[in-house]
Design a protein around this ligand. Sequence first.
Ligand SMILES: [Zn+2]
Length: 52
Amino acid sequence: MSATPTLERPEPTAETDTLPTTADACPTCDGALVDGQGLVACTDCDWTGLYE
Ligand SMILES: [Zn+2]
């Protein structure tokens, strides 16, 4: 069988940063955040985390 592309889905771990649901800026660089399926990613740096 040929290899099928797999979606890279980040899995929350104990090391995953969390931020308050009221936060609207990256805790690291104050950049804009993108919320996708519970996972939050910064558009300016590589920070990712979860809303508490
Ligand atoms: Zn950032």
